[in-house]
Design a protein around this ligand. Structure first.
Ligand SMILES: *Cc1c(COP(=O)(O)O)cnc(C)c1O
Length: 423
């Protein structure tokens, strides 16, 4: 399938949701199979020794790829299920290239390691996903990398001051962002962070910007359009979407993704063919899943917002128009998405009672699946965050997070209502 459909005298560019059915794949490659088959093979036969030599030259970048890509060698280096998936994944974000991984953490750690070296500083927004936090706080220092943090409501000048006061102005290697931030949906101005990266870049040294787009992407937030260099995903969440696969992705320009892929080859963090196939299956319904979940989330957030047992709701669709966060939302988000957090009246006891009383919504971490899930950030996903920091980020003992699925909103509301009443 091509990106354009040629009619009589006219050409139509196809919409992303249409391209998800087959972009990058041709049935004639696989005996006419409508779907790209699973290429469950570790290695590929060369037509002759000269072809094998040329494939290796293409893999090393000393020869230009042929019309059908770089040539298949070995499934750690490339595999049709990964290459076709990667091409398809670039569509939503308007990226030149993508690399897929066996987990979101594999994508994040491989990318960070490729662009940072001993002596460098990494500036990250906070709060961030627990696994990423662990990598930044406890692993990177072993490689001589220092991590600096800033929060969602800090100004451009305040963030620049953090870097300068740390003596990092000439050694800043990367700015890492996660927005909306988990679990309270705090937004960070993407354009502002790109300006900060430019501020500290020199002709010899570019400060790379990377953004974890798991919560709103790839449908509702397109960071590359705001000048971000690399977009990262836990494809376990909305992209996979059925809570049955763990995977990750990194997207950006061809030269940057080639660098990420060459480290991925060496670390062996690539996804396997089965994972690639599952994600292609999932992409076909991505738009309808995300749209249905977001529509449901709006109803559920409105219900929670009026309930007497609920103290406060954190949802992108409920930001006060006078809050500076609202302008950021309008600028960079296309929908409030389907993640809701709320403070139940009381403390941990009441929050636990609510979670234990849910009958249909499942008590589990993770998000972005077809089924609704609820969890307790302070005791679960964010339990490794320092308690003082937890308070600062609003991760209180009475906070509950819900990932809204695609069930009928009225059924989810019925379940939440009965659980709230039993508190
Ligand atoms: C889940 C998640 C990750 C980690 O991804 P895995 O696929 O579990 O390795 C990273 N960032 C965010 C925002 C996540 O929600």
């Amino acid at each position: 399938m091509e990106k354009e459909l040629v009619g009589r005298g006219t050409t139509k560019s196809l919409k992303p949701e249409t391209l998800m059915m087959g972009y990058g794949y041709r049935p004639e490659w696989s005996e006419g199979a409508v779907k790209c088959p699973i290429f469950q093979t570790s290695t590929f036969v060369f037509e002759n020794a000269q072809a094998g030599k040329e494939f290796f030259e293409m893999a090393h970048g000393t020869r230009e790829p042929g019309s059908r890509g770089a040539g298949l060698i070995y499934s750690r280096i490339n595999n049709p299920d990964l290459e076709i998936l990667e091409e398809r994944l670039t569509v939503w974000d308007g990226a030149e290239a993508a690399a897929v991984f066996e987990s979101g953490m594999a994508a994040i750690s491989t990318t960070v390691m490729e662009f940072l070296k001993p002596g460098d500083f990494l500036l990250t927004s906070e709060p961030i996903y627990g696994g990423t936090e662990h990598l930044f706080e406890h692993i990177l220092h072993k490689f001589g990398i220092t991590v600096l943090c800033f929060g969602a409501r800090q100004t451009k000048q305040q963030i620049i001051d953090i870097v300068e006061k740390a003596g990092a102005a000439k050694k800043l290697g990367m700015i890492f962002l996660e927005t909306p931030a988990n679990p309270t949906n705090q937004l960070i101005d993407i354009g502002m962070c790109v300006e900060i990266a430019k501020h500290f870049s020199t002709p010899e040294r570019t400060v790379i910007t990377a953004l974890d787009n798991t919560f709103l992407g790839p449908l509702y937030q397109h960071p590359l359009k705001f000048g971000v260099d690399l977009v990262l995903y836990s494809a376990t969440k909305y992209i996979g979407g059925h809570s049955d696969v763990v995977a990750g992705a990194c997207l950006g320009s061809k030269p940057l993704i080639n660098r990420v892929k060459s480290l991925r080859n060496v670390l062996g963090t690539m996804a396997g063919p089965w994972t690639g196939w599952l994600l292609m299956r999932s992409l076909e319904t991505l738009k309808m899943r995300m749209e249905t979940a977001s529509r449901g989330a709006m109803e559920i957030a409105a219900f929670l917002n009026k309930h007497p047992n609920v103290e406060k709701v954190y949802y992108l669709g409920l930001i006060d128009t006078k809050d500076p966060q609202y302008a950021i939302y309008k600028k960079q988000c296309l929908s409030p998405g389907a993640m809701i957090s709320f403070m139940i009246k009381g403390g941990e006891k009441e929050a636990f009672r609510f979670l234990d009383s849910l009958k249909m919504v499942k008590l589990a971490v993770s998000l972005g699946g077809t089924e609704s899930l609820a969890e307790h950030p302070a005791a679960m996903t964010h339990s490794n965050v320092d308690p003082a920091k937890r308070n600062e980020f609003g991760i209180t003992d009475n906070l509950v997070r819900i990932s809204v699925g695609v069930e009928a909103p009225e059924d989810i509301i019925f379940d939440i209502k009965q659980a709230l009443e039993s508190v």
